[in-house]
Design a protein around this ligand. Structure first.
Ligand code: ADP
Ligand code: MG
Length: 302
């Protein structure tokens, strides 16, 4: 009699294998806090946004505590255009007058924040949206960025208006949310000493939050493959020293500057590793966290 062989669909096998191979990573990271900056054009793509929300829910389900900080550059730009307000960038930071900061706050905390919260709920998770004003999460001051004056050698300070930097991140509200099984979704708005609203670069906020909660990893999703060298090739791994050099010699420019600086700060503050990764890749977060295939630039102290 012929023994009937039961053949399993190779696709199913490969799915089971992928899950099984994720086990060591799940065990390694269980109970740890990851801060994830969500931004770039990946955020505006409906399908990618759904996948991102699902990934966040999965990460939480396997025992990691995610905290999301989001940007909103393209959406803010769109709203400013519609309101006929001109806007310019210096070193990747948006010059922000009073009129602009009102729009920035409205788009970030009103529209985008709630979209992400809703997407996490739609994917079966629990999330609460906060801006830096909620629960005194982010106290901020006006950003002081020196601009060397090549003519006179006198350092001038760039005036970017209501662009702020965090002076203090109060982790209490975040801790309470996390302990209740809720994923915090943070809009990068800070509150000044005199009640001013500050627009803060979302990468900078992600770094400050990671330091304040003692996160193990900082993951910055963007819309490039990672940090590129002068020839335009991906640098898969960098140390703090090589990142500093790349900022100094102008390899890292524009919006990549606050990202690189944030990674430096984070690894200097004890975050194990900071990663800049390509949010255009579907499930970039899962690839980065649960497989041996990194999809960006990993930065460690050293
Ligand atoms: P996000 O919305 O994710 O914050 P940004 O536009 O602020 O994105 O920053 C990413 C941009 O930084 C890239 O699109 C790229 O134009 C620029 N950039 C400057 N230098 C580099 C570099 N060395 N490697 C990669 N990107 C760089
Ligand atoms: Mg940016």
């Amino acid at each position: 009699m012929n023994k009937k062989e039961f053949t399993v669909n190779p696709m199913w096998l490969s799915q089971a294998k992928t899950l099984s191979e994720a086990l060591p990573y799940m065990r390694r990271y269980a109970g740890e806090t990851f801060v994830i900056k969500y931004g770039g054009h990946a955020m505006g793509d409906v399908q990618l946004a759904k996948k991102f929300a699902r990934d966040i829910v999965l990460i939480k389900q396997v025992g990691i505590y995610p905290i999301v900080v989001h940007g909103g550059g393209p959406q803010i730009g769109e709203m400013l255009k519609r309101s006929k307000i001109k806007s310019e960038f210096v070193d990747g930071l948006r010059v922000t007058d009073k009129e602009t900061v009102d729009i920035v706050e409205m788009v970030l905390t009103g529209t985008i924040n709630k979209e992400i919260v809703s997407a996490v709920h739609a994917a079966g998770g629990k999330a609460v949206g906060l801006s830096g004003k909620d629960g005194q999460l982010i106290q901020a001051k006006k950003l002081q960025r020196p601009k060397p004056d090549t003519d006179s050698n006198i350092e001038k300070v760039l005036d970017l208006g209501f662009v702020g930097e965090p002076t203090n991140v109060n982790p209490n509200t975040l801790t309470s949310l996390i302990e209740s099984g809720i994923t915090p979704i943070i809009a990068p708005i800070g509150l000044g000493e005199n009640g001013e609203t500050f627009n803060i670069n979302a990468d900078t906020v992600a770094g400050a939050v990671a330091g304040a909660v003692g996160a193990t990893r900082l993951l910055l999703l963007t819309d490039v493959v990672g940090i590129l060298d002068k020839k335009g090739e991906l640098l898969p791994e960098m140390t703090a020293a090589t990142v500093k050099a790349a900022i100094q010699d102008g390899t890292i420019l524009g919006g990549m500057i606050p990202k690189a600086e944030t990674c430096l700060l984070a690894v200097g503050q004890g975050v194990d590793a900071a990663v800049i990764l390509d949010g255009r890749v579907p499930h970039a977060l899962l690839l980065e966290i649960f497989t041996e295939h990194g999809v960006g630039t990993l930065i460690r102290d050293g």
